[in-house]
Design a binder for this molecule. Structure first.
Ligand SMILES: NC(=O)c1ccc[n+]([C@@H]2O[C@H](COP(=O)([O-])OP(=O)(O)OC[C@H]3O[C@@H](n4cnc5c(N)ncnc54)[C@H](O)[C@@H]3O)[C@@H](O)[C@H]2O)c1
Length: 265
């Protein structure tokens, strides 16, 4: 934005201007990672977007570049320790440091307890919880070297309250919630902040797969909420933007519930 007509010199700075941000699970569109990456880029961040879907991650990076932003993509399975080391090294190799990590990649294994197999359980925990541990560990090492940073971990309302079919998913997201607080407490003196975000029902490819695929069905399910509607990916991206920016400099170990009031009742 040209601010000269308002008596300001030069251009207005974006809310995360010049920061280096990595977002995992950024391929899915509509998805929370994809929208968060676009939002951070629009506010001046330089992005590394990763996903197990390499083509989708590259589409996200290209979309950012087409809009005038800076982004690279990286093929990453978040359950792999070596892939985490490579993704962080690629980030630092390209941009020199890492300021923001959004641990967004995830899957939802939603089954009644009786049908949940040990393989289901192990897969849910490795994709949603072990991945976040690995991301925090390797990102924090770089952030410490750079003098600080912000880690934002995607949990869920299922990490706050019990829901049917959520034995494994809720365990993974509850784990993300308390892991985030422990990391916040341990790394505060390194000026590394760590917070968790707890979306309710948000319209994405995951939500479409969890319901019967119809937006109408998800809208009907959310009509009873205090805010009377389903959430949009931008509702979550705006919170991620706040936690990424220096506006949240005094916020760590906190949980941000964005659910239209679902868990307030
Ligand atoms: N949409 C919702 O209503 C909702 C609610 C609460 C929490 N969440 C959480 O938000 C996050 C994003 O959800 P979404 O709705 O955008 O989902 P989505 O399915 O639309 O996108 C998830 C992305 O993660 C990627 N991914 C999956 N497994 C991976 C792996 N092993 N390595 C790397 N990437 C992998 C997928 O390829 C996909 O691009 C998830 O952690 C999810 O649990 C979503």
């Amino acid at each position: 934005m040209d601010c000269t007509k308002f008596g300001l010199r030069g251009k207005l700075m974006g809310r995360v201007q010049g920061k280096i941000a990595m977002v995992t699970g950024a391929a899915s569109d509509p998805g929370l990672g994809h929208t968060a990456a676009m939002t951070l880029a629009a506010e001046g961040a330089r992005l590394v977007v990763t996903d197990v879907d390499a083509d989708g991650a590259e589409r996200c990076a290209q979309r950012i570049r087409d809009a005038g932003g800076e982004a690279i993509s990286f093929h990453q399975d978040v359950t792999s320790e070596s892939a985490w080391k490579e993704a962080i090294a690629a980030t630092v190799g390209t941009y020199g440091r890492l300021d923001i990590l959004v641990n967004n990649a995830g899957i939802a294994v939603l089954k009644p307890l009786a049908d949940l197999t040990l393989a289901d359980w192990n897969r849910q925990i490795e994709v949603n919880l072990t991945s976040v541990f690995l991301g925090c560990k390797y990102a924090a090492a770089e952030m410490r070297r750079a003098g600080g940073g912000s880690i934002i971990n995607l949990s869920s309302v299922a990490g706050l309250v019990g829901l049917p079919g959520c034995t494994a998913y809720g365990a993974s997201k509850g784990g993300v919630r308390l892991m985030s607080k422990s990391i916040a407490v341990e790394l505060g003196r390194d000026r590394i902040r760590c917070n968790s975000v707890h979306p309710g029902v948000i319209w994405t490819n995951m939500q479409s797969g969890a319901g019967n695929g119809s937006r109408e069905a998800s809208e009907a399910m959310t009509a009873f909420l205090p805010l009377g509607r389903m959430g949009e990916p931008a509702d979550i991206a705006n919170c991620i933007l706040y936690l990424s920016s220096d506006e949240s400099a005094y916020v760590t170990g906190a949980e941000f519930t964005i659910d239209g009031g679902m868990t307030a009742t």
